[in-house]
Ligand binder design. Structure first.
Ligand SMILES: [Zn+2]
Length: 300
């Protein structure tokens, strides 16, 4: 099968083979591609990037199902984007699953990227926890909780913690509210606070005062989020994914030293989590309205 992970900066895609017994250990990435999302090119440009990423790994006989993980809030049943991130212009209300199924002539399943990452971390773990919480720190902030059982919209929840109030009358958010957590806990927030520095410079403490403060703000917001998650959801495990998790050697030890939370780890599957999780969810989940496409066989 073919999978894609649509983020604010890149669209990753993979051709994945799945063993006859569809256990997670049998999933193998056969081909991998990564293209720029090209947010600045508007809806058509981003859609084209998604199609190009998928075509890069598509083979005629190997993929009757396409599984897509995407940033933004997604309706689990019909694969429509309910609320898009600013990096996916025009995606709000977009019938993503239906459009891709028509364009690719294959059954297509679309889920939120944090949900896909959480599915992967939960089901692909050798020692499956009772519940897995994944916080994805990238261009935006994603959050999802998986509790053991059947994979459906009730057991895999997109919690949208990014739109919880964090600062009264704070920065405006794309959702229309002010002071949402995402505006303080994301690479976008670090970049804004760091002024002329890059995110990397801010995280390595190599810049000016503004830069140093940007990192402080980030770590403090993360501490707030983790306390909230533990208090409200008491998950058996909490994992951090996304682009900032990939740069964790620059900040995670500092975070542990200042705030503790040493039980919180980086996501185990790294940047492939969205792809593998989307694949696993598409093959094992219940998606009532996401079964369109000309081919009906489920050859994978
Ligand atoms: Zn918001």
């Amino acid at each position: 099968m073919v999978c894609a992970d649509v983020g604010g900066t890149t669209v990753k895609s993979a051709l994945i083979s799945v063993g006859r017994v569809r256990i997670p250990q049998s999933y193998k990435i056969k081909k991998f591609s990564c293209v720029q999302t090209r947010s600045g090119s508007g809806f058509d440009g981003v859609r084209e990037s998604v199609l190009r990423a998928i075509e890069n790994v598509m083979t005629e006989d190997a993929a009757d199902i396409v599984a897509i993980a995407t940033a933004g809030e997604v309706n689990w049943d019909d694969g429509t984007v309910l609320r898009a991130t600013s990096s996916l212009p025009g995606f709000e209300g977009y019938a993503f699953s239906e459009d891709m199924a028509t364009a690719l002539k294959r059954r297509t399943v679309v889920i939120n990227d944090a949900c896909a990452a959480a599915v992967c971390e939960h089901y692909f773990s050798n020692r499956r926890a009772e519940s897995t919480f994944v916080l994805t720190l990238g261009t935006g902030l994603g959050s999802a909780l998986v509790t053991d059982g059947k994979i459906n919209g009730d057991s895999v929840k997109d919690l949208e913690l990014g739109h919880r109030l964090f600062v009264e009358n704070g920065y405006e958010c794309r959702c229309g509210k002010k002071g949402c957590l995402e505006q303080y806990l994301s690479a976008t927030a670090i970049k804004r606070d760091a002024g002329t520095c890059t995110v990397k410079e801010a995280l390595t403490n190599t810049g000016d005062d503004k830069c140093v403060q940007a990192k402080r703000n980030f770590l403090s917001a993360l501490n707030y989020a983790l306390n909230m998650i533990k208090k409200e959801f008491s998950p058996a495990e909490i994992l951090i994914g996304g682009g900032l998790a990939e740069m964790r050697q620059l900040w995670l030890e500092d975070f542990y030293n200042e705030y503790g939370h040493r039980d919180v780890m980086a996501a185990r599957q790294g940047n492939k989590a969205g792809l593998l999780g989307a694949a696993y969810a598409a093959l094992n989940g219940s998606f009532k309205g996401q079964r369109k496409g000309e081919r009906s066989q489920e050859n994978v």
